[in-house]
Design a protein around this ligand. Sequence first.
Ligand code: CA
Length: 228
Amino acid sequence: MPASILIVEDEPAIAELVSLHCTHAGLAPQVVHAVLDARDIVDEKLPDLIVLDWMLPDKPGIDFARELRRDERTRDVPILMLTARAEEDDKVRGFETGVDDYLTKPFSTRELVARIKALLRRAAPETSDQVLSVGPLSLDPIAHRVTGHGKELKVGPTEFRLLRFLLARPDRVLTRQALLDGVWGDHVFIEERTVDVHVRRLRVALEPAGLDTMIETVRGGGYRLRKY
Ligand code: CA
């Protein structure tokens, strides 16, 4: 699934250009021209990253960034801020707010896409195309292949996404809710025990390589992919 990029930019030419380059880079961009519209989209479904212009018609982008950082649900969404040269002095304030990166206009779109990809890799390794490995367990998102000790394993589509999410966060306890949000998407109303069903299926899929025990149940916590 391509990473979703919300572009909040009121200058149509820039918005169009950024959107086009995101599409070419295999990302899924969506353009809005004001904070109010961005808010609607974020409330509906969290994007993987937000490209946020500083000067917007309804309110400053930096205020929106601040709001997002205050809310637990939206706190971790990477934000790349676009600023005009005149706003340069305000950058420090931007970083204090928790903006992850910024670019000054005019910028090279190649540079912008590189920055977006770097932020995505940092925030959500499972949305990048890199092969994820923990010990003898490996997942290739492009070839859509899972191997254990070099042996190819048959993994269903949901279990594939689940494993990709886990491999990107080895040794971390992930609650059922965190797994639901990360694998199924937030605002999707699925019962938490659905996670258990798919974890069980994933273990069965890993069994032929003897790696089913890598997925641990953490009592009262959730699940953890242990380091091998
Ligand atoms: Ca603007």
